[in-house]
Write a protein that binds this ligand. Structure first.
Ligand code: AHG
Ligand code: MN
Ligand code: MN
Length: 336
């Protein structure tokens, strides 16, 4: 006999009372992300069919070409999040500065800010490889009813109230946490509903997968080089394997299920690292910690890093607890 799986909608309603702030607004916010994810999923799935591939012509704040789907996903998430009276500000990888919502309306009680990487792994779009969306949610710290300020976005990761990602892969999944563990929902495309398929996700304490762009090897800090050599040389005792998709969301997702570590350290080419603290690293770090994993820059816990700017980059080491601790040991011993 098959048991009826819970839908994401049902799960959100049932778990609303366990949210740290149980006013129902955060539930509605997650709901709107669910909706935008479905719309973006539909478009991502069509990418090979319609003339949506290629570069939209703009260059984003990081100096990278924007793919059309980046622009599309950015618009859809912003539209969906703006419509309901929940969010007072949005920061996105695709926007130079943050967006203020309803600042003119004195009655506006919107409490939440959302930081988002609307389409992660965009270089993989035109080769039919998994991409994703990453989001991070905070309560504003400035008074409600006033225009949102930069400080509302520059909060430490440890202040997040929710974070999650969508992976548009062989199946589309939405994985998120509100600080009470991590749950994964798989989209049934025939019905258009997400079903709870991965309850209470946990990183295995140890793993044998390391994910890093080894093309940058010569550029890496000595501690990271030594760790990679350790993974390769320990093969007799504990066979490690290398897997790197180049979409953080997908690499992270695989590592969480199978046990592994993702690394994007700084180096001379990326003096502060490549990944963005506020809408890539912090949300992933929150999910990792909620799933018994760990995340740091090699020394300091990711969620303890004090943000100074919206598009800040950091070194990122995230995954199975024992593996991240091993990297930290190597960083302490060998450093840069
Ligand atoms: P984005 O597509 O949002 O710019 O992010 C790309 C990120 C991340 O998803 C991925 O893990 C990493 O960049 C890959 O970088 P390299 O190509 O330098 O390995
Ligand atoms: Mn990204
Ligand atoms: Mn992106």
């Amino acid at each position: 006999m098959t048991t009826q799986k819970q839908t994401l909608g049902e799960f959100i309603i049932e778990n609303q009372s366990s949210f740290r702030y149980s006013s129902g607004e955060l539930s509605r916010l997650i709901n709107s992300i669910r909706l935008a994810a479905k719309v973006v999923n539909h478009e991502v799935n069509k990418a090979g069919l319609v003339d949506i591939l290629g570069t939209a012509g703009d260059t984003n704040i990081q100096g990278e070409d924007q793919q059309k789907l980046d622009v599309y996903a950015n618009e859809k998430f912003i539209q969906t999040l703006t419509k309901r009276n929940i969010v007072c500000g949005i920061a996105s990888e695709e926007e130079d500065s943050f967006i203020t919502i309803n600042s003119q309306d004195e009655n506006n009680q919107n409490k939440y800010v959302v930081l988002i990487d609307p389409l992660d792994g965009s270089s993989n779009i035109d080769v039919n490889v998994s991409v994703g969306t990453i989001f991070s949610i905070y309560r504003r710290i400035t008074p409600v009813g006033t225009p949102v300020q930069l400080e509302d976005f520059l909060q430490k990761g440890s202040e997040q109230v929710a974070a999650g990602y969508v992976v548009y892969g062989t199946s589309t999944m939405l994985v998120y946490t509100t600080g009470y563990g991590v749950n994964g929902f798989t989209l049934n495309p025939a019905i258009g509903s997400f079903y709870l398929s991965h309850p209470n996700m946990k990183f295995p304490e140890d793993g044998n997968i390391y994910s890093v762009n080894e093309g940058n090897y010569l550029d890496f800090p000595l501690g990271i080089k030594k760790y990679i050599k350790y993974c390769q040389e320990e093969a007799g005792e504990r066979p490690y394997t290398s897997r790197y998709i180049g979409s953080l969301v997908s690499d992270f997702h695989r590592n969480m299920i199978k046990g592994g570590i993702y690394m994007y350290p700084k180096g001379s080419r990326n003096p502060n690292g490549k990944l963005r603290l506020l809408y890539e690293c912090n949300p992933m770090a929150f999910i990792a910690e909620q799933a018994n994993g760990k995340s740091s820059d090699g020394y300091t816990r990711t969620m303890d890093v004090e943000p100074t700017e919206l598009h800040q980059r950091v070194s990122f080491v995230c995954g199975s607890k024992n593996m991240v601790e091993k990297v930290e040991e190597f960083m302490r011993e060998f450093g840069e």
